[in-house]
Design a protein around this ligand. Structure first.
Ligand SMILES: C[S@@+](CC[C@H](N)C(=O)[O-])C[C@H]1O[C@@H](n2cnc3c(N)ncnc32)[C@H](O)[C@@H]1O
Length: 285
C-alpha cells in the first residue's frame, strides 16, 4: 500500500528525490506516519492479515504487502542464498519479508527504505526475533541505495517497485549493487499507464512490463510470472479498509489513515494493476 496524500512542499534537502516534484517526500512521510501508527492500528492489522495474505505468513514477520509464505518460498528458491551470503531487501519497510528470508537462509540482510520509522521498526523487529547480528538497515531509495558496487549476492523487493519514480534508474541501481552472477527478485504490480494518468506516485512512471527495462540494464530474466490469486486478495483488502475508514482514522490518526484510504479507494475504483508479478533477474557473470 502507498499513502497518496497531496505532495508537500519540497524540503531543502532534495538529495533523495529523483523527480524534484515532492512526490517522493509525500510517499516517504506517508509511510513514516503509517509505520508510526501500526502499533495502534488494530483494525488495520486485522484486516491486512486476514485479507492481504490470509494469515499465511509468520506473525513475527508480519508485513504490509500481499506476500504469502508460498510466494516467499518460491522467491527464495530462485535466489542463490548460501548462509553468510549478503541479501539486500529494497523498500524493506518494517523488515518482515527480508528478516524472514535471512532467518530461512542464514544470509546477512541489508534492508534499505526511505522511511525512517520503517527502519526503526525493522531494527526493533530484528532484535525481537534474535536476528540483530545478521541484519542492518539504512535509509535509501531504489534509485539511490547508498550501497557500494557489487555489495549483494542477491536482492529482493516486495510490493514497492511500482512506486519507484524512475524505473530505469532503479533497474540500473539494482544491477550495480549485485555481484556478477547475483539475482534480484521483484514482487510488484505492473501498472496500466492509461489508468493512472495524473495520479500521484503511480502515475509518475507507470510500467506495464518490466522485462525490457531490466534487459536494457543488463539483466537476463530467469523468471517472469503472474502470482496466482493476487486479485482475490488485493481488492477485498482495499475494500475492507475503505469500509473501516472511521476505525482506521480513530486508531491510526488522520495522516496515516488518509494516505492509506486514498490508495485503497483509488485501487478499488481504478483497478490500475493488470497483473502482480514475481520476477527473477540475473546479472550475468
Ligand atoms: C507496501 S510497503 C512494502 C514494505 C515491505 N517490503 C513489506 O513487504 O512490508 C512499500 C515500501 O516502499 C517504500 N518506498 C516508497 N517509495 C520508495 C522509493 N522510491 N525507493 C525505495 N522505497 C520506496 C516505502 O517507504 C514502503 O516501506
Amino acid at each position: 500500500m502507498s499513502p497518496m496524500a497531496d505532495p508537500p512542499l519540497v524540503p531543502e534537502d532534495v538529495s533523495d528525490d529523483v523527480t524534484d516534484d515532492g512526490v517522493f517526500y509525500a510517499v516517504r512521510d506517508g509511510y513514516d506516519a503509517v509505520y508510526d501508527a501500526l502499533a495502534n492500528g488494530e483494525t488495520f492489522g486485522r484486516i491486512w492479515r486476514d485479507n492481504a495474505y490470509c494469515g499465511e505468513f509468520p506473525i513475527e514477520f508480519a508485513h504490509i504487502g500481499f506476500l504469502t509464505l508460498t510466494e516467499a518460498r518460491r522467491m527464495l528458491d530462485a535466489l542463490p542464498l548460501d548462509p553468510g551470503a549478503v541479501l539486500v531487501d529494497l523498500a524493506c519497510g518494517a523488515g518482515g519479508p527480508g528478516l524472514w528470508a535471512a532467518q530461512e537462509s542464514g544470509a546477512s540482510l541489508i534492508g534499505v527504505d526511505p522511511a525512517p520509522a520503517g527502519i526503526a521498526a525493522a531494527e526493533r523487529r530484528a532484535r525481537d526475533v534474535g536476528l540483530a547480528d545478521q541484519a542492518r538497515f539504512r535509509q535509501g531509495t531504489f534509485e539511490r541505495t547508498g550501497l557500494p558496487d557489487s555489495a549483494a549476492d542477491a536482492a529482493m523487493t516486495i510490493e514497492a517497485f511500482q512506486y519507484a519514480p524512475d524505473k530505469r534508474a532503479a533497474c540500473s541501481e539494482l544491477f550495480r549493487i549485485l555481484k556478477p552472477g547475483g539475482r534480484g527478485a521483484i514482487v510488484c504490480f505492473e501498472v496500466d499507464p492509461a489508468k493512472v494518468e495524473g495520479v500521484p506516485v503511480l502515475g509518475v512512471d507507470p510500467v506495464p512490463d518490466y522485462a525490457p527495462l531490466l534487459e536494457d540494464a543488463g539483466f537476463a530474466i530467469d523468471l517472469y510470472e503472474e502470482t496466482p490469486g493476487w486479485a482475490d486478495r488485493v481488492y477485498p483488502t482495499f475494500a475492507a479498509l475503505v469500509d473501516a475508514s472511521d476505525a482506521l482514522t480513530r486508531e491510526m490518526g488522520e495522516r496515516a489513515a488518509a494516505g492509506t484510504l486514498s490508495e485503497a479507494m483509488l485501487t478499488v475504483a481504478m483497478r490500475p494493476y493488470p497483473r502482480r508479478v514475481l520476477i527473477v533477474a540475473r546479472r550475468p557473470q
